[in-house]
Design a protein around this ligand. Structure first.
Ligand code: NI
Length: 141
């Protein structure tokens, strides 16, 4: 007997405030490097998060993963912690990181990897859309 593997993606949304800046740089230098995202008085984005897991299609269910369980994990480990928060100051998994979308993707991967493993699945990709035109993908490592 052989198994078919497939990728399943769950989308979740959250809103969060941030500021990308280096405190050792002055406001002008920060603005040059980070643009509007360095605004000293914060600003927010409506983020879209796409979590992709990989696994065998179970013959009994036809599913790779129970999408409700996956959604619950994403809510508990990510959304409940970041939605309507300031990720620079209030979100434990972003502590000490520059609040870029790249760093956010890595931090969310680190939050979700073990809970997804406990479901018997492999995390494949974290994709975050910060704006209509900009998104980041992280595949681990
Ligand atoms: Ni921004």
């Amino acid at each position: 007997m052989f198994f078919m593997e497939a990728f399943v993606t769950r989308r979740e949304r959250f809103s969060a405030a941030h500021r990308i800046f280096r405190k050792e740089w002055d406001t002008e230098t920060n603005k040059e490097m980070f643009g509007l995202c360095s605004n000293p008085n914060w600003h927010g984005h409506n983020y879209e998060l796409f979590v992709t897991v990989k696994g065998e299609i179970k013959p009994e269910t036809g599913f790779v993963v129970n999408i409700k369980q996956l959604s619950k994990i994403i809510r508990e480990y990510v959304i409940d912690k970041i939605d309507h928060k300031n990720m620079n100051t209030e979100v434990d998994f972003m502590e000490g990181r520059l609040a870029s979308t790249e760093n956010l993707a890595v931090a969310i991967w680190n939050e979700l990897e073990q809970p997804v493993n406990r479901l018997g699945k492999k995390l494949h990709c974290i994709k975050i859309k910060e704006t209509e035109n900009n998104f980041v993908e992280y595949y681990g490592q």
